[in-house]
Design a protein around this ligand. Structure first.
Ligand code: FES
Length: 101
């Protein structure tokens, strides 16, 4: 499983599968723009939850389809270590760092 990690504007670590949901480019070859990861191929931007927040071809007035999501991995950073959860039930792990499991 290949992942891409980056820090958003608040400094929080994010992790997504290294696979753009559009045409499967490696997100890890992109760059961080406004705290989001930008795909190197067509420039779609994804936030830490995997939601597409910008699709350049749609312009600024069109709504981005909700199904356009990258697969996000819950992460937790503490004591200089980044932990991640890729098993089932990951939706119950808080992205703020405290587990609800
Ligand atoms: S392949 Fe990522 S935006 Fe098209």
């Amino acid at each position: 499983m290949n992942l891409v990690f980056w820090r958003d504007k608040s400094g929080r670590v994010n992790a997504l599968l290294d696979d753009c949901p559009h045409r499967h480019a490696k997100l890890s070859l992109g760059k961080v723009v406004n705290g989001n990861i930008q795909c190197p191929y067509h420039g779609f931007e994804f936030d830490g939850s995997g939601r597409a927040v910008k699709v350049p071809a749609l312009g600024s007035s069109s709504e981005i389809p909700k199904y356009l999501r990258a697969f996000s991995i819950p992460v937790y950073e503490a004591h200089g270590i980044i932990w991640l959860w890729y098993g089932s039930g990951g939706d119950r792990v808080s992205r703020r760092g405290s587990s609800t499991i």
